[in-house]
Write a protein that binds this ligand. Structure first.
Ligand SMILES: [Zn+2]
Length: 288
């Protein structure tokens, strides 16, 4: 099945009280692992690409070519969206041109007026082309491609202003952080999330920084309207752990263990396991 936008899968998720995972990709192994896991578990999935990862993978056109090729060659039939993560205005336009089916415009570092203006322009473009658009209000803590945010809580009235522009899904800061959570993390602000959902109604809400949020908090967030959860660091950690174990066990020195197809295999399997675990937790299995 060709790429789809994220609208239908997230509308269904919000109505059915589960969430679709966005798993960020870094290379061929990542992409293949996530697509195969989605297919094996009959789950919709969103492939996330940050602008940094876009550069690393030789640009958006390379990514679109790789993903479209895999959808066909791997016979992927579950809904898959290819989505720009934390895009700039220009980055969003470049991804739209390259053939992404979904983009995020992160205008959270602009004034609310400028965020609204730029988001509105992108709503018009995405509507015309049938793409989904994610917008953000309130910065999410931790590091987003070099920008360090404080993890503030979004203003529910500002969330409503952005939601009313006709976007597909809304990311709002509720105390969540990218990367590993610090020991003294205060947890998610469910009061903020509840207030945002009350103001934005059916709008699917997006939880960034899904790595390390305890399962009970994830479930509660889903019950309060979160329909898309972004996972990035957790796949990186499981890939690194599995690869380190392979090297530490000296397997690269045995026979043809140095063959990249062997050397990267444990990391590939580790990503698959992490993605499956998240799909189970988010409730998206058999929801394709
Ligand atoms: Zn994020």
């Amino acid at each position: 099945m060709p790429l789809v936008n994220a609208k239908e899968m997230l509308t269904k998720a919000k109505a059915g009280q589960y969430a679709v995972g966005q798993f960020n990709i870094n290379n061929l192994e990542w992409t293949k692992a996530i697509l195969l896991t989605a297919q094996e578990n009959n789950s919709p999935v969103i492939l996330g690409v940050s602008e940094g990862a876009g550069k690393y993978m030789c640009g958006y056109k390379t990514i679109v070519g790789m993903v479209n090729g895999m959808l066909e060659e791997l016979n992927i039939t579950v809904p898959v969206a290819l989505h720009l993560d934390h895009g700039s205005y220009d980055g969003a336009k470049a991804c739209i041109e390259a053939g992404f089916s979904s983009v995020m415009f992160d205008g959270s570092h602009y004034s609310i007026e400028e965020n609204i203006e730029k988001t509105k322009e992108l709503v018009a473009i995405c509507d015309e082309l049938g793409l989904s658009l994610e917008a953000e209000v309130g910065s999410i803590g931790g590091e987003e491609d070099g920008v360090v945010g404080a993890g503030e809580c979004a203003d529910p009235d500002e969330c409503k202003m952005i939601a009313d522009l006709g976007i597909t899904m809304l990311a709002a800061g509720i105390g969540n952080i990218h990367g590993k959570y610090p020991e003294n993390w205060a947890g998610l602000s469910f009061d903020t999330l509840d207030a945002i959902q009350q103001k934005t109604g059916d709008m699917p809400l997006v939880l960034h920084g899904g790595t390390g949020i305890p399962a009970d908090m994830i479930k509660k967030a889903i019950s309060l309207g979160v329909s898309k959860i972004n996972v990035n660091t957790e796949c990186q950690l499981s890939f690194a752990d599995a690869t380190r174990k392979y090297i530490e066990d000296g397997k690269d020195l045995q026979g043809k263990g140095f063959d990249p197809r062997k050397l990267l295999a444990p990391g590939f399997e580790a990503i698959k396991a992490t993605v499956k675990e998240k799909m189970e937790l988010f409730g998206s299995i058999d929801k394709a």
